[in-house]
Ligand binder design. Structure first.
Ligand code: PDD
Length: 287
Protein backbone atom coordinates (compact mmCIF):
# COMPACT_ATOMS: atom_id res chain seq x y z
CA UNK A 1 0.00 0.00 0.00
CA UNK A 2 1.35 3.43 -0.94
CA UNK A 3 2.03 5.85 1.91
CA UNK A 4 1.72 9.50 0.90
CA UNK A 5 2.50 12.78 2.59
CA UNK A 6 -0.28 15.31 3.08
CA UNK A 7 0.24 18.51 5.08
CA UNK A 8 2.73 17.04 7.51
CA UNK A 9 1.06 13.64 7.93
CA UNK A 10 1.99 10.26 6.44
CA UNK A 11 -1.00 8.14 5.57
CA UNK A 12 -2.26 5.47 3.13
CA UNK A 13 -3.03 7.05 -0.26
CA UNK A 14 -6.67 5.94 0.03
CA UNK A 15 -7.08 7.97 3.21
CA UNK A 16 -5.59 11.22 1.88
CA UNK A 17 -8.29 13.90 1.49
CA UNK A 18 -8.23 17.51 0.40
CA UNK A 19 -11.13 19.97 0.59
CA UNK A 20 -13.03 20.61 -2.65
CA UNK A 21 -12.20 24.29 -2.15
CA UNK A 22 -8.50 23.62 -2.65
CA UNK A 23 -7.21 26.12 -5.18
CA UNK A 24 -5.17 23.38 -6.83
CA UNK A 25 -8.43 21.56 -7.60
CA UNK A 26 -10.37 24.69 -8.60
CA UNK A 27 -7.72 26.74 -10.43
CA UNK A 28 -4.61 24.56 -10.84
CA UNK A 29 -3.11 27.23 -8.58
CA UNK A 30 0.14 25.58 -7.55
CA UNK A 31 3.48 24.15 -8.52
CA UNK A 32 5.04 20.72 -8.48
CA UNK A 33 8.42 19.06 -8.56
CA UNK A 34 9.61 15.55 -9.41
CA UNK A 35 12.94 14.51 -7.90
CA UNK A 36 14.79 11.28 -8.72
CA UNK A 37 16.60 9.07 -6.22
CA UNK A 38 19.05 6.27 -6.98
CA UNK A 39 19.21 3.59 -4.27
CA UNK A 40 17.59 6.07 -1.93
CA UNK A 41 19.95 8.99 -2.62
CA UNK A 42 18.28 12.04 -4.11
CA UNK A 43 20.07 13.24 -7.21
CA UNK A 44 20.62 16.98 -7.87
CA UNK A 45 18.20 17.69 -5.04
CA UNK A 46 19.36 21.29 -4.48
CA UNK A 47 18.56 22.14 -8.09
CA UNK A 48 15.06 20.68 -7.80
CA UNK A 49 14.51 22.61 -4.57
CA UNK A 50 15.80 25.81 -6.14
CA UNK A 51 13.42 25.44 -9.11
CA UNK A 52 10.51 24.79 -6.75
CA UNK A 53 11.47 27.82 -4.68
CA UNK A 54 11.56 29.98 -7.79
CA UNK A 55 8.11 28.74 -8.92
CA UNK A 56 6.63 29.40 -5.47
CA UNK A 57 8.11 32.86 -5.56
CA UNK A 58 6.73 33.59 -9.06
CA UNK A 59 3.25 32.50 -7.94
CA UNK A 60 3.64 34.31 -4.60
CA UNK A 61 2.91 31.18 -2.56
CA UNK A 62 4.44 31.51 0.87
CA UNK A 63 5.88 28.12 1.78
CA UNK A 64 8.99 27.15 3.70
CA UNK A 65 10.86 24.37 1.89
CA UNK A 66 13.21 23.65 4.82
CA UNK A 67 11.56 20.35 5.83
CA UNK A 68 11.34 18.96 2.31
CA UNK A 69 14.60 16.95 2.23
CA UNK A 70 13.64 15.07 5.42
CA UNK A 71 10.10 14.53 4.13
CA UNK A 72 11.41 13.13 0.82
CA UNK A 73 13.66 10.67 2.66
CA UNK A 74 10.83 9.64 4.95
CA UNK A 75 8.55 8.91 1.98
CA UNK A 76 11.15 6.57 0.46
CA UNK A 77 11.60 4.86 3.84
CA UNK A 78 7.89 4.39 4.42
CA UNK A 79 7.42 2.96 0.92
CA UNK A 80 10.39 0.61 1.09
CA UNK A 81 12.08 2.37 -1.79
CA UNK A 82 15.44 3.15 -0.23
CA UNK A 83 16.95 0.08 -1.92
CA UNK A 84 15.23 0.60 -5.28
CA UNK A 85 17.64 1.19 -8.16
CA UNK A 86 15.66 4.27 -9.12
CA UNK A 87 12.62 6.01 -7.71
CA UNK A 88 10.95 9.40 -7.82
CA UNK A 89 9.17 11.66 -5.37
CA UNK A 90 6.36 13.79 -6.76
CA UNK A 91 5.63 16.89 -4.68
CA UNK A 92 2.86 19.42 -5.21
CA UNK A 93 2.23 22.66 -3.34
CA UNK A 94 -0.99 24.58 -3.94
CA UNK A 95 -2.05 27.95 -2.58
CA UNK A 96 -4.41 26.11 -0.21
CA UNK A 97 -8.17 25.82 0.40
CA UNK A 98 -10.37 28.92 0.41
CA UNK A 99 -13.79 30.02 -0.91
CA UNK A 100 -13.57 30.38 -4.68
CA UNK A 101 -12.46 33.82 -5.82
CA UNK A 102 -9.97 34.30 -8.64
CA UNK A 103 -7.71 36.64 -6.67
CA UNK A 104 -5.67 35.27 -3.76
CA UNK A 105 -7.60 34.66 -0.52
CA UNK A 106 -7.74 37.89 1.53
CA UNK A 107 -6.76 36.08 4.72
CA UNK A 108 -3.63 34.01 4.19
CA UNK A 109 -4.31 30.25 4.12
CA UNK A 110 -1.88 27.39 4.63
CA UNK A 111 -0.60 25.89 1.35
CA UNK A 112 -1.62 22.30 0.64
CA UNK A 113 1.42 20.02 0.45
CA UNK A 114 1.04 16.60 -1.12
CA UNK A 115 3.76 14.11 -2.07
CA UNK A 116 4.09 10.50 -3.09
CA UNK A 117 6.99 8.19 -3.93
CA UNK A 118 7.14 5.65 -6.70
CA UNK A 119 9.62 3.25 -8.22
CA UNK A 120 11.06 4.32 -11.57
CA UNK A 121 11.70 1.53 -14.03
CA UNK A 122 14.14 2.22 -16.78
CA UNK A 123 13.23 0.68 -20.16
CA UNK A 124 15.13 -2.54 -20.89
CA UNK A 125 18.33 -2.25 -22.87
CA UNK A 126 16.64 -4.01 -25.79
CA UNK A 127 13.75 -1.52 -25.71
CA UNK A 128 16.11 1.46 -25.48
CA UNK A 129 18.18 0.18 -28.42
CA UNK A 130 15.10 0.08 -30.63
CA UNK A 131 14.66 3.82 -30.08
CA UNK A 132 11.52 5.86 -29.54
CA UNK A 133 9.21 7.88 -31.75
CA UNK A 134 7.65 11.33 -31.60
CA UNK A 135 5.04 13.49 -33.26
CA UNK A 136 5.01 17.29 -33.54
CA UNK A 137 2.13 19.03 -31.75
CA UNK A 138 1.36 22.78 -31.64
CA UNK A 139 2.45 24.26 -28.31
CA UNK A 140 -0.67 25.77 -26.73
CA UNK A 141 0.80 26.63 -23.32
CA UNK A 142 0.95 30.03 -21.63
CA UNK A 143 4.20 31.95 -22.13
CA UNK A 144 5.50 30.97 -18.66
CA UNK A 145 6.37 27.36 -19.37
CA UNK A 146 9.45 27.95 -17.20
CA UNK A 147 7.21 27.74 -14.13
CA UNK A 148 6.54 24.12 -13.16
CA UNK A 149 2.85 24.82 -12.72
CA UNK A 150 0.33 22.03 -12.06
CA UNK A 151 -1.75 23.58 -14.84
CA UNK A 152 -0.80 20.94 -17.39
CA UNK A 153 -3.81 20.66 -19.69
CA UNK A 154 -1.89 21.55 -22.89
CA UNK A 155 0.79 19.02 -21.89
CA UNK A 156 -1.88 16.39 -21.22
CA UNK A 157 -3.50 17.00 -24.62
CA UNK A 158 -0.13 16.96 -26.37
CA UNK A 159 0.87 13.65 -24.76
CA UNK A 160 -2.53 12.21 -25.66
CA UNK A 161 -1.96 13.33 -29.26
CA UNK A 162 1.25 11.29 -29.16
CA UNK A 163 -0.60 8.28 -27.76
CA UNK A 164 -3.33 8.68 -30.41
CA UNK A 165 -0.62 8.78 -33.10
CA UNK A 166 0.87 5.56 -31.68
CA UNK A 167 4.20 7.20 -30.75
CA UNK A 168 6.10 7.73 -27.51
CA UNK A 169 6.59 11.48 -27.21
CA UNK A 170 5.10 14.79 -28.23
CA UNK A 171 7.34 17.49 -29.69
CA UNK A 172 5.85 20.88 -28.87
CA UNK A 173 6.25 23.39 -31.69
CA UNK A 174 5.78 27.15 -31.58
CA UNK A 175 6.72 29.57 -34.40
CA UNK A 176 8.44 26.71 -36.21
CA UNK A 177 10.66 25.96 -33.20
CA UNK A 178 10.90 22.45 -31.71
CA UNK A 179 10.72 23.50 -28.05
CA UNK A 180 10.44 20.42 -25.83
CA UNK A 181 8.26 17.42 -25.04
CA UNK A 182 5.06 17.30 -23.02
CA UNK A 183 7.09 16.22 -19.98
CA UNK A 184 10.71 16.29 -21.12
CA UNK A 185 13.28 18.46 -22.90
CA UNK A 186 14.31 17.90 -26.50
CA UNK A 187 17.77 17.75 -28.07
CA UNK A 188 18.68 17.44 -31.75
CA UNK A 189 22.11 16.21 -32.75
CA UNK A 190 23.93 17.54 -35.81
CA UNK A 191 27.01 15.44 -36.36
CA UNK A 192 29.01 15.77 -33.12
CA UNK A 193 27.05 18.76 -31.77
CA UNK A 194 23.97 18.60 -29.57
CA UNK A 195 21.46 21.47 -29.69
CA UNK A 196 18.56 22.36 -27.41
CA UNK A 197 16.39 25.39 -26.77
CA UNK A 198 17.93 27.95 -24.38
CA UNK A 199 16.40 28.46 -20.92
CA UNK A 200 13.81 31.17 -21.54
CA UNK A 201 10.16 31.59 -20.55
CA UNK A 202 8.92 29.18 -23.26
CA UNK A 203 10.35 25.92 -21.93
CA UNK A 204 10.84 24.26 -18.58
CA UNK A 205 14.40 24.57 -17.31
CA UNK A 206 14.90 20.84 -16.97
CA UNK A 207 17.33 19.66 -14.34
CA UNK A 208 18.17 16.60 -16.46
CA UNK A 209 18.74 18.92 -19.44
CA UNK A 210 21.24 20.96 -17.44
CA UNK A 211 22.93 17.82 -16.11
CA UNK A 212 23.16 16.28 -19.61
CA UNK A 213 24.67 19.50 -20.98
CA UNK A 214 27.34 19.31 -18.26
CA UNK A 215 27.94 15.65 -18.99
CA UNK A 216 28.22 16.31 -22.74
CA UNK A 217 30.79 19.05 -22.13
CA UNK A 218 32.80 16.67 -19.91
CA UNK A 219 32.75 14.16 -22.77
CA UNK A 220 33.98 16.81 -25.20
CA UNK A 221 30.67 16.94 -27.09
CA UNK A 222 29.93 20.49 -28.33
CA UNK A 223 26.66 21.96 -27.02
CA UNK A 224 24.57 24.69 -28.63
CA UNK A 225 21.77 26.30 -26.63
CA UNK A 226 19.69 27.81 -29.42
CA UNK A 227 16.24 27.45 -30.96
CA UNK A 228 16.05 24.30 -33.10
CA UNK A 229 13.74 24.75 -36.08
CA UNK A 230 11.45 21.89 -37.10
CA UNK A 231 12.63 22.31 -40.67
CA UNK A 232 16.20 21.61 -39.50
CA UNK A 233 15.23 18.20 -38.16
CA UNK A 234 15.48 16.72 -41.65
CA UNK A 235 19.25 17.06 -41.41
CA UNK A 236 19.57 16.08 -37.72
CA UNK A 237 21.65 12.94 -37.33
CA UNK A 238 20.12 11.99 -33.95
CA UNK A 239 17.60 13.31 -31.45
CA UNK A 240 16.79 12.57 -27.82
CA UNK A 241 14.69 13.67 -24.89
CA UNK A 242 15.78 14.22 -21.31
CA UNK A 243 13.83 14.34 -18.07
CA UNK A 244 13.52 12.92 -14.58
CA UNK A 245 11.11 10.22 -15.78
CA UNK A 246 12.74 9.95 -19.22
CA UNK A 247 16.47 10.02 -18.32
CA UNK A 248 18.02 10.04 -21.83
CA UNK A 249 15.71 8.61 -24.48
CA UNK A 250 16.72 8.32 -28.14
CA UNK A 251 14.19 9.39 -30.79
CA UNK A 252 14.52 7.56 -34.10
CA UNK A 253 11.41 8.85 -35.91
CA UNK A 254 9.61 12.18 -35.85
CA UNK A 255 6.30 12.53 -37.71
CA UNK A 256 6.97 9.16 -39.32
CA UNK A 257 10.28 10.28 -40.83
CA UNK A 258 13.55 8.70 -39.70
CA UNK A 259 15.95 10.87 -37.72
CA UNK A 260 19.35 10.37 -39.37
CA UNK A 261 19.52 6.73 -40.37
CA UNK A 262 16.56 5.90 -38.14
CA UNK A 263 18.67 4.12 -35.53
CA UNK A 264 19.99 5.06 -32.12
CA UNK A 265 23.13 7.09 -32.76
CA UNK A 266 26.59 7.21 -31.17
CA UNK A 267 26.31 10.65 -29.52
CA UNK A 268 23.08 9.77 -27.70
CA UNK A 269 24.53 6.41 -26.70
CA UNK A 270 27.70 7.99 -25.27
CA UNK A 271 25.69 10.43 -23.20
CA UNK A 272 23.31 7.69 -22.05
CA UNK A 273 26.12 5.36 -21.01
CA UNK A 274 27.95 8.11 -19.15
CA UNK A 275 24.71 9.07 -17.44
CA UNK A 276 23.85 5.55 -16.30
CA UNK A 277 27.39 5.18 -14.98
CA UNK A 278 27.09 8.51 -13.11
CA UNK A 279 23.75 7.79 -11.46
CA UNK A 280 24.69 4.21 -10.62
CA UNK A 281 27.85 5.49 -8.87
CA UNK A 282 25.70 8.08 -7.11
CA UNK A 283 23.41 5.26 -5.91
CA UNK A 284 26.50 3.48 -4.49
CA UNK A 285 27.24 6.57 -2.44
CA UNK A 286 29.93 8.04 -4.69
CA UNK A 287 30.04 11.64 -5.84
N1 PDD B 1 8.32 16.64 -16.15
N2 PDD B 1 9.79 19.83 -19.81
C1 PDD B 1 8.58 19.64 -19.25
C2 PDD B 1 7.40 20.31 -19.86
C3 PDD B 1 8.45 18.84 -18.09
O1 PDD B 1 7.24 18.68 -17.52
C4 PDD B 1 9.59 18.20 -17.55
C5 PDD B 1 9.52 17.34 -16.32
C6 PDD B 1 10.83 18.41 -18.20
C7 PDD B 1 12.12 17.79 -17.68
O2 PDD B 1 12.53 18.37 -16.48
P1 PDD B 1 13.45 17.56 -15.44
O3 PDD B 1 14.63 17.12 -16.19
O4 PDD B 1 13.77 18.56 -14.40
O5 PDD B 1 12.63 16.40 -14.94
C8 PDD B 1 10.89 19.23 -19.30
C9 PDD B 1 8.06 15.90 -14.95
C10 PDD B 1 9.02 14.78 -14.73
C11 PDD B 1 6.61 15.48 -14.94
O6 PDD B 1 5.79 16.30 -15.38
O7 PDD B 1 6.28 14.40 -14.45
Amino acid sequence: MSIVHLNGAYLPAEEARIPVTDRGFLFADGVYEVTPAYRGRFFLFERHLARLQRGLCELRIDFDTRDLPAMHGELLRRNDLEGAEASIVYLQVTRGAAPRTHAFPKEPVAPTVYAFAKEYRRPSEERWERGFTAVTVPDRRWPRADIKSISLLPNVLAQQAAVDAGVDDALLVKDGIALEGAHNNFFAVFGETIATHPTTNVTLHGITREYVIGLARELGIPVEERPVMVEELGRATEAFYTGTTTEVRPTVRIDGKPVGDGRVGPVTRRIWEASVERVTAWGRGEG
